[in-house]
Design a protein around this ligand. Structure first.
Ligand code: PMP
Length: 432
């Protein structure tokens, strides 16, 4: 690595005052000063392909977004107790893109807030407490969102420390879970039936169920076919509310579907969104049916000081406009399919590549030491990320074994850049 005194000095300053619980990418991270489309540039004018930024949906420094924000900030920014056009324009658009029947929107500022609110909606609507959540998942850092997050990559003690209102069910991981393959839903559902029978016998009512409709945190794994339909049916037959956490995988990133739940062929009762919808501006939403929102309203009021502000609403509207005008979901489908095909081909030459998960521009390259035992190649994954940085591409591992390279670039990435990324990964894999 080239010595970069400025970057090293800036890193010590960061570590002196920024809480250390927040890790940074890379041992010697470049000091980033500019972004453009799917590229980042450091203070030495090195460019990097940004392969991890699923927040930056429409690309870095998008001129339309910059202009829209500048204009709105200069005219009006206030809170949603006031009456202004931008809020209803945005909530109308969200209700339009939402699945049939989900017509009521709450606006907040992050995914964690959206998940917390969704859990409260389920609990208030049903007047019960117990929430079913899958293991290996991450839903955020706030008290409620953290309670339903059991990913060991984020918290090694997660399984021992869940509060009593959280009922964990087995991670439906088609690659290394208890049951494997796209056809494994019946086996997972049979286990769930046993677990539910125990809860029924104990008189534990179900308030709801939360899961990502594509298993983002585990590395972009598709859920087994029919899994969500089976779980939703069981939860609904007990009066529970089904929450789809679309914070990572929804909003067009899957290319072939706008919502992850559509890939599973289900319509949730509540959807949580964030990240992509603000392109990095703090923006989150809960989209639900009117009757669920009304149950919540009957219990008291809800107000978020910055949620749904004029500036946030304009950001959200502009992101949707740009996605439509630049056909970004379609780009996610075509570039994503091409990228997945090329990544799968790497598996023929490099035994470390155990599988390529995901769809569209939400992909995961799972690295294993042995294709039989599926032993996670954790140290190798970290080394590959460091070497990819030298090759000018930013990529990071996820999953309980921190061995799945998550590939989720801005949706404006070109086929040429996708090729450059795979060529670099090919070279780096050959050195491991
Ligand atoms: N849900 C999922 C699926 C997420 O991946 C995340 C963030 N990684 C969150 C919720 C929380 O979002 P935020 O960081 O905006 O609070």
């Amino acid at each position: 690595a080239v010595e970069d005194a400025d970057a090293a000095a800036a890193l010590s300053r960061r570590e002196a005052s920024f809480a250390r619980v927040q890790e940074h990418y890379f041992a010697e991270p470049p000091l980033i000063e500019r972004g453009w489309r799917h590229h980042l540039f450091d203070t030495r004018a090195q460019s990097y392909l940004d392969m991890v930024n699923n927040v930056t949906q429409i690309g870095h420094a998008h001129p339309r977004l910059v202009d829209a924000v500048r204009d709105q900030w200069a005219r009006l920014n206030t809170n949603s107790r006031f009456h202004y056009e931008e809020l209803s324009r945005f909530t109308e658009r969200l209700a339009e893109v939402a699945p049939e029947g989900l017509d009521t929107v709450f606006l907040v500022n992050s995914g964690s807030e959206a998940v917390d609110l969704a859990l409260r909606l389920a609990q208030v609507h049903t007047a019960r407490r117990t929430i079913l959540a899958v293991t290996e998942a991450y839903h955020g850092w706030t008290v409620g969102a953290d309670a339903v997050s059991s990913s060991l990559g984020d918290n090694p003690r997660a399984l021992e420390t869940r509060p009593d209102w959280v009922e964990l069910i087995a991670s439906p991981n088609i690659f290394h879970g208890r049951h494997r393959g796209a056809g494994s839903a019946p086996a997972y559902l049979a286990e769930l039936d046993e677990q539910l029978a125990r809860l029924d016998a104990a008189g534990t009512g179900i308030a709801g169920f939360i899961a990502e409709p594509v298993f983002g945190n585990a590395g972009g794994l598709m859920l087994p076919d029919g899994y969500l339909a089976g779980v939703y049916e069981r939860v609904r037959s007990r009066g529970g509310v089904c929450i789809a956490d679309e914070v990572q995988v929804g909003y067009g990133r899957l290319g072939h579907y706008f919502w992850g739940s559509a890939q599973q062929g289900v319509v949730p009762d509540v959807i949580t969104v964030a990240k992509a919808m603000g392109n990095g501006h703090p923006l989150g939403a809960v989209i639900t049916r009117r009757e669920i929102a009304e149950s919540f309203a009957a219990e008291g009021s809800f107000f978020s000081s910055a949620g749904g502000s004029p500036v946030s609403s304009v950001v959200g509207l502009t992101v949707l406009d740009v996605m439509r005008d630049e056909r970004l979901q379609q780009n996610a489908a075509t570039v994503g399919d091409h990228l997945a095909t090329r990544l799968r081909a790497l598996g023929q030459r490099h035994p470390l590549v155990g599988a390529v998960h995901g769809l569209g521009l939400y992909l995961g390259v799972e690295l294993v030491r042995d294709r039989e035992t599926l032993e996670p190649a954790t140290a190798e994954a970290a080394l590959i990320c460091e070497r990819m940085l030298q090759e000018g591409a930013i990529v990071q591992p996820t999953g309980d074994g921190k061995n799945v390279l998550k590939i989720k670039p801005p949706l404006c990435i070109t086929r040429e850049s996708a090729d450059r990324f795979v060529d670099a990964l090919d070279l780096v894999l050959a050195t491991i």
